[in-house]
Unconditional design. Sequence first.
Length: 267
Amino acid sequence: ASRSPPLLGILPCVQYIYNLGESLLDYHEKEKDLGVDINTKLNFSDQCERLYSKACQQFGLTKRTCHFVKDSRRRRALYLSLIRSQFEHCSPIWRPNHKTMTNKLESLQKRCIKWILKEEFYSYGGSEVYFRKCRQVRILPLAKRFDYNDIILFFKIINDLVPLKLPSYLKFYEGNSRLRTCHLDRLSLVSSIKPKCSVISDSNKNSPLYKSFFYRVHLLWNVLPLDVREIQRLSIFESQLLKFLWESAAEESNCDINDDFYIDCYD
């Protein structure tokens, strides 16, 4: 039996015409606002592709023009200021949610770390090797860096450090946190909007609900230890969050954190 066509495929498509005075306004497939590209599908795939291409070009330019720089400290500073900074602007808005794009951006950072450590002909194939190299140069994996930027903005919103408010569907938990089946506490946030599937998987993480900033980040917030969420001072929260994310990255890579990986020149 043939499948019935999707609803959006059979609905009439009405294209409205807009004017500005006597000038007819054209339709565009995408628009840039404050440096962030958004398309007609309301996703940021174009933004991710553009930043990836721009960062690759910047990396190639940096290697050619700064070929005389051999010191790893200076190479690290060049990477952070010229290349990874491309991914810092408004990342809570456009950060990739698909694993494919995240791995693509992560592969660029992997190449950059090889250049920093003068190991361009070495393989960083396993996740444990890549984590150790990130740890060595004190550069968070990009996926964790995106989490860091998300949570920092969320912290500022909760503590009224920016003129943004939590949406009405997010409330602090007020139930009984002493129950064995409850892992929530007084600083945990619960959502009145629930996904169709209660089990979190890679498939439903691509749904619009999980892609939205507040719903996505409130899940990250609830995972933080209570003593970290209780911190009121931003600078202390940033340092404790950084420590937590390093531990989380180590656990995901099946690697133990050893401070011997730190290089003193990166202090």
